[in-house]
Ligand binder design. Sequence first.
Ligand code: ATP
Length: 286
Amino acid sequence: MSKLTLKAYAKINLGLDVVRRLENGYHEVKMVMQTVGIYDTLTFEKGDYGIVITTDSGELPTDENNLIYKAAKLLMEAYQVQGGVKIHLTKEIPIAAGMAGGSTDAAATFKGINELYQLGCSQQELMELGVRVGADVPYCIMGGTALAQGIGEVLTPLAVPPECLVLVAKPDINVSTKYVYEHLDATGVANHPDIDGMVEALARGDLQGIMDRMENVLETVTVEAHPIITTIKERMLELGAGRSLMSGSGPTVFGIFTDEKLAKKAYETLEQDGLAKQVFLTTFVQ
Ligand code: ATP
């Protein structure tokens, strides 16, 4: 095979809890991850030498600072790949948004190079290498609905949630994940989300039970810096969402809809009223 194209899907967090701060500065988390139908497209082509990245995004580095580069280098060195790779990224996932855009590109790179050079790595092997690029990369390799613990790399597949529509809105601000975790007082989290209850609701196929437990402890930090997040969350509820929440470290907000007409109307209204820079209407992807 000399060329292939892969989709790299974004995620949202249906629930996000921070259990404690670890001595190495990382945080122990407990999150329900869900893949959604917003994706970047990566094309992989064999090259003579080195890792060459091109992209249609004017905002991203194409050098060793791109997570695609880090993933490609790690895998190609680990398996002593002779030859190079050219990777083109078409960016659709909002950047620095709490949707794991960089991590999912890295995940697709592990899969793409594994296939391109027929390295024969199992998903488990790719996930073990992936965590060295980022805590969310193993989940992005696996995808679907999962409980993520540890620093995000201890994964348990969960029951698929009932079908619904997901309205996603990213305001015109970028949030650094590092900033949010550094400003979180992990010992002072008063109300921990009921993640176990959400896992049970998933097992029952109980969408209302899932929505009732949608909480994200990182909202306290990001919302304080960017109150527009609350404005968008409330707007989604006014427009008919069953529940709305910030994803990851933000600032992206998503709302769950069960009525397609309402969801489409909400999408159009949010597009027009200018609260968010990017708006998507999508579904869960498994
Ligand atoms: P997470 O949900 O994992 O916290 P995020 O959506 O908040 O991720 P990303 O979009 O992954 O954040 O990007 C964070 C930073 O990583 C950006 O500022 C960007 O410069 C850098 N980065 C490196 N490679 C990529 C990539 N391929 N796509 C997006 N960002 C990248």
